[in-house]
Design a protein around this ligand. Structure first.
Ligand SMILES: *[C@@H]1O[C@H](CO)[C@@H](O)[C@H](O)[C@H]1NC(C)=O
Ligand SMILES: *[C@@H]1O[C@H](CO)[C@@H](O)[C@H](O)[C@H]1NC(C)=O
Ligand SMILES: *[C@@H]1O[C@H](CO)[C@@H](O)[C@H](O)[C@H]1NC(C)=O
Ligand SMILES: *[C@@H]1O[C@H](CO)[C@@H](O)[C@H](O)[C@H]1NC(C)=O
Ligand SMILES: *[C@@H]1O[C@H](CO)[C@@H](O)[C@H](O)[C@H]1NC(C)=O
Ligand SMILES: *[C@@H]1O[C@H](CO)[C@@H](O)[C@H](O)[C@H]1NC(C)=O
Ligand SMILES: *[C@@H]1O[C@H](CO)[C@@H](O)[C@H](O)[C@H]1NC(C)=O
Length: 503
């Protein structure tokens, strides 16, 4: 038996590398380099005995995951800088759906630009047993700004519907490989634009509304998409009602359909909702909004206040692009007092405000990792149940993107050297996706001061997870008290930590 486990642990490390980050100093910080012979993996979770803990850490000076174990109670803790208290682990809040990223065309293009064995390491890093085990994936319906051309699947005759070369090269085989690592990834699809001739702008990229007479047609198009992917063994858990329906009003020329709030209500209650619920995809989670916090009031005043539309909605999708201006308390607008709806982060990336002189890619930026961390913790403190990053990987310029909308991603691919770089953002995502597994519940906790940010969860396997970060340069001691059993652990300056405990 022991030999069996030894082999299980040794094999991934032989193939994929060891635990240490292969550090490279970069312009903005540090990354972990993966190549054909080396890629860091996550130390395996220990089977903890009661009273024992495992502490995973990622620091600015050493990205990657390190792990130590210990047991509680530890001796006197009067010197601790902060105490995190969990009074009752059964005192739970929202249930977690998951964490992940988007299978954009640009991700597929970058992945395929690497040698086969490096591609395998990249997918393993995200989805493998000793990777960060992403369990949520977004799939664009048709082309997005992270494609090399605008495209949809048909002209205005649905009989012409066919998936495109991008689906066959960059999405389907990649998603199938990810599902090979984890068949339980919750996939949700999101539409960008309908075919040019069905829009008032007669263009995929110029913003326009759907022509009225194409409303049912567009709902049927969604069914065609779901069927075409199903024929390739890819089934969906969810569907959003439109990516950033309000963008159209900003005249941003991204493939898009623009909706007024009233039009969105009609789309959901008269077309998409009945079509999905009356199809073989009736269990799909219908996620509306799929847009920024800034426009949440419109969701609340119109979509959520229409009982017929509300009847079809399961959840609310949030993008993070206005979060620098709009406080997390505005997430309250996503709540309905008539129906339990889940709230899910459906898109985020750094490097998007380039008009302010911000670079698309800031390789190695710890700050950008902290942006992810703080946003996830803020969101989760307002009942959000998971978080989806945007492109799983981009190239060194933050593309390709045919409209030059370059941005950052947790993994940057260097096709000329056949390497990829895991940035601090990657490891921050991992602290959630790997440890705060689907169906974990957030647990009520308190902290004696705000020297660290922390959040507590209870996993389905019963382990208690405490996510702890500290952005100062100094190491500190943290006391953790779980139902009266306490101990002290050390947290490095500029670090993100996951403490797993078996009561
Ligand atoms: C991969 O990185 C490791 C660690 O830096 C290095 O020893 C090895 O030579 C690299 N392999 C290739 C093929 O470049
Ligand atoms: C903990 O909470 C559960 C569920 O709310 C409750 O049944 C139980 O009595 C509580 N335990 C203590 C020690 O308060
Ligand atoms: C779907 O899965 C079945 C069973 O595993 C397999 O035989 C078939 O080739 C797959 N089809 C595609 C298009 O991948
Ligand atoms: C559901 O579909 C059936 C046949 O596919 C159709 O007869 C029926 O009118 C549809 N119901 C709704 C509510 O769309
Ligand atoms: C949090 O969301 C869940 C659904 O995910 C819902 O059941 C619950 O009522 C929400 N809680 C609050 C306080 O809004
Ligand atoms: C990418 O690879 C090229 C060619 O080996 C190299 O010159 C360049 O420095 C690499 N980029 C980074 C960020 O290391
Ligand atoms: C980390 O700790 C230091 C000092 O203990 C504190 O000043 C800083 O605000 C903390 N960082 C966070 C993110 O709370």
């Amino acid at each position: 038996m022991l030999l069996f486990y030894a082999i299980l642990f040794i094999i991934p490390s032989l193939i994929y590398g060891q635990y240490e980050c292969n550090v490279r100093e970069t312009e903005y910080g540090r990354v972990c380099v993966c190549n054909s012979t080396y890629c860091d993996i996550v130390p395996p979770l220990e089977t903890l005995l009661s009273g024992h803990y495992q502490l995973y850490s990622t620091s600015k000076s050493s990205p990657g995951f390190s792990s130590v174990t210990g047991s509680f109670p530890t001796e006197s803790s009067s010197s601790a800088t902060v105490t995190i208290t969990v009074g009752n682990v059964s005192d739970t809040l929202q249930t977690i759906i998951g964490f992940g990223g988007a299978f954009t065309d640009s991700f597929g293009i970058n992945l395929l630009s690497l040698p086969d064995d490096v591609q395998q390491k990249l997918l393993y890093s995200y989805f493998g047993q000793n990777g960060i085990q992403y369990n949520l994936g977004r799939v664009p319906i048709g082309g997005t700004d992270f494609s090399t051309r605008p495209y949809t699947y048909s002209d205005d005759d649905l009989d012409t519907f066919e998936l495109q070369s991008e689906d066959y090269s960059y999405k389907i085989p990649v998603i199938q490989k990810a599902l090979g690592f984890n068949s339980n990834i919750r996939l949700f699809a999101s539409p960008w634009s309908s075919p040019a001739s069905t829009k008032t702008s007669n263009s995929i990229t110029i913003s326009g509304e759907l022509k009225d007479e194409y409303s049912q047609w567009w709902a049927d198009y969604h069914i065609k998409f779901l069927k075409a992917y199903e024929e390739n063994n890819i089934t969906f858990w969810g569907l959003t009602t439109q990516n950033e329906a309000f963008d159209g009003f900003l005249s941003v020329n991204i493939p898009n359909i623009k909706y007024t709030a009233a039009r969105m209500v009609t789309w959901i209650k008269d077309f998409l909702g009945p079509t999905i619920r009356n199809s073989s995809y009736s269990d799909l989670k219908i996620i509306t909004h799929d847009d920024n916090r800034a426009v949440l009031p419109y969701l609340n005043w119109f979509v959520l206040s229409d009982d017929d539309a509300l009847n079809y909605i399961d959840g609310i999708g949030l993008h993070w692009y206005s979060d620098i201006l709009i406080p997390p308390s505005s997430i309250e607008f996503a709540k309905s007092d008539k129906k339990d709806l889940f709230i899910l982060g459906t898109e985020a990336c750094n490097g998007y405000i380039r008009i302010l002189g911000i670079h698309a890619v800031e390789l190695g930026s710890w700050l950008r990792g902290m942006n992810y961390l703080n946003n996830i913790l803020d969101d989760l403190s307002y009942n959000v149940t998971g978080w989806t990053d945007w492109n799983l990987a981009l190239d060194e310029s933050g593309g390709p993107t045919y409209i030059d909308n370059n941005v950052d991603a947790p993994i940057i691919v260097n096709s000329s050297s056949g390497e990829f770089y895991k940035q601090p953002m990657f490891y921050v995502m991992g602290h959630f996706s790997k440890f705060v597994v689907p169906d974990s519940a957030r647990v009520v906790s308190s902290a004696s001061n705000d020297k660290v940010k922390s959040m507590v969860f209870k996993r389905p396997d019963g382990k208690i997870v405490v996510t702890i970060s500290n952005a100062s340069a100094n190491d500190i001691t943290v006391e953790i008290d779980i139902e009266g059993v306490s101990g002290v652990i050390n947290i490095a300056g500029h670090s993100v930590n996951t403490f797993l405990y078996k009561a």
